[in-house]
Each structure stands twice: as structure tokens, then as C-alpha cells.
Write a protein that binds this ligand. Structure first.
Ligand code: HPA
Length: 249
């Protein structure tokens, strides 16, 4: 069976530059509507699906994203593989000077989100394996894409996912660091787990847009975050394009 790649764009990526749109799919799912119409298009000669996680324009906060509808909608359009783009703050030295990170582990601090397809309303209860939450092959694709574009990328890190939408306190970041988190964001979960539940391959490409609370020298402002996101997206797009060239259908 052939593979189809979907990209879930986060903050700063509500549309995919260079995507020639063939069709916008308005999908209704058993879980409600996804964040936006799913765009089917061609980029670098490859057919891909694109979904803006926070809607287009960006209006849905991280804790209100309908992650189940988003993942279900992508699978209903035959997506097999998903790359999620996530803006994050940097916690540890290993990532403080970096811009792009492909995490390999997750610590989930979110609460109250609809986080499973197996909520006891359907068939037998399932417990999916999440030992390694991300797809090894998609992670490799992204890392190779960065390396062949001469863009620095951190190849291993623990992504701590917080509830938001507020940023963290210094004490929270200190605790997260002690827990083993390297970076912090608000959208990595339950997206990764839901993709796993539907047996889809999933990886995350994180863009670091600020030092996390207590790790920098100034107050974190939305203006600074937005500027860093805009800068980061140039490299995100370059990595995505290179990765797509190597993607096997
Ligand atoms: N914390 C949580 N989420 C974020 C941050 C942060 O510092 N920066 C961007 N997304």
C-alpha cells in the first residue's frame, strides 16, 4: 500500500508556502470538525495533506484543539504518516542554542484534553505501546532532510508538553528539567498518542522560539515569540522540502 504524508502546521505555519492546492476537504468526523479544512496539494512534486492545527487564521488555543478530529480526518483522507510542527521553548543546554529539534521522547503534563480514541464507548479497551512515541523512519527523514540542507538540528530530546495557554513558571520549568525535559511546548500531546492509536507513523519537528521561563534574560513576549517563529519557519520549510524529496510513497 502506498504512503501518504500529512503535515500538521503549528504556530507560524497556518499555510504551507509552495503548496499548490488541489482540493480543500471539509471533513466531518465522529469527534467533530478538525481545526480547518484539510488541504490536499502538491509541493516539490509530492502530493501531501496539510492541516493548520490552530485553524486558519490562528484562533484555536492548544488546549482547545480537537486533536481527535484532526488525526481522524487525516486518516480518513488516507494519510499514513504525519509530521507535526511544534513551536517550543528551550530548557536544557543541549537545545538552548538550537533552532530545530526532532524529539525522541515525550513527557505529558496536559490534562482534561480528549486524548484517546479508546474511551470505553466502542469495542475492547486497547493499550497502545508508547515506549518510543515517535516513528523512527520519519525522525530519520527529518534529520537527513536537515543535514542535506546544511541546517543544524538536534537529533534527540525530551519534549515536555504543558497545558497552556499560559507560559510556565520558573519553578515549573525547574521541575520539568529535573524530570528530564529538554524543551517545552503545548501541542505535542495528545497528537502523538492519537496517531499511534490509529497506527499512523508520527514525528515532530520542533522550532525553538524562546528560552523557557527562567532560562533567558528577559520577559517572554508574544512579539519575540512571533518573530522567532517567523525566522524558524524558513528553516522548517527547507527541511520539509528536502525531506519530501526523499519520502517514499
Ligand atoms: N512554553 C510552552 N510552550 C511554548 C513555549 C514555552 O516557553 N514557547 C513556545 N511554545
Amino acid at each position: 500500500m502506498s504512503n501518504t504524508l500529512a503535515i500538521i502546521g503549528g504556530t507560524g505555519l497556518t499555510q504551507l508556502e509552495g503548496l499548490t492546492i488541489l482540493q480543500a476537504h471539509d471533513v466531518y468526523t465522529p469527534y467533530g470538525r478538525p481545526s480547518a479544512p484539510v488541504l490536499e496539494g502538491v509541493i516539490e512534486g509530492m502530493r501531501v495533506l496539510f492541516l493548520a492545527r490552530h485553524g486558519h487564521p490562528h484562533t484555536i488555543p492548544p488546549h482547545k484543539v480537537n486533536y481527535r478530529a484532526n488525526i481522524w480526518a487525516l486518516q480518513s483522507l488516507n494519510a499514513t504518516d504525519i509530521i507535526g510542527i511544534n513551536a517550543c521553548g528551550a530548557i536544557t543546554k543541549s537545545v538552548l542554542d538550537a533552532q530545530l529539534v526532532v524529539p525522541d521522547q515525550i513527557l505529558d503534563y496536559t490534562w482534561g484534553r480528549e486524548h484517546t480514541f479508546f474511551d470505553g464507548t466502542g469495542d475492547a479497551v486497547q493499550h497502545v505501546d508508547m515506549s518510543n512515541p515517535y516513528s523512527a523512519s520519519l525522525r530519520e527523514l527529518l534529520i537527513d532532510g536537515a543535514q542535506s540542507s546544511d541546517i543544524d538540528i538536534v537529533k534527540q530530546a525530551v519534549y515536555g508538553v504543558t497545558q497552556g495557554p499560559r507560559l510556565e513558571t520558573v519553578a515549573e520549568i525547574t521541575r520539568m528539567e529535573l524530570d528530564g525535559c529538554d524543551l517545552v511546548g503545548m501541542t505535542g500531546m495528545p497528537e502523538a498518542a492519537l496517531a499511534r492509536e490509529l497506527k499512523m507513523q508520527y514525528a515532530s519537528l520542533c522550532v525553538l522560539v524562546n528560552p523557557a521561563a527562567g532560562k533567558g534574560h528577559k520577559v517572554i513576549t508574544l512579539k519575540d515569540i512571533n518573530e522567532a517563529v517567523a525566522n524558524g519557519m524558513v528553516n522548517v520549510l527547507a527541511v520539509l522540502k528536502k525531506s519530501l524529496e526523499a519520502y517514499h510513497y
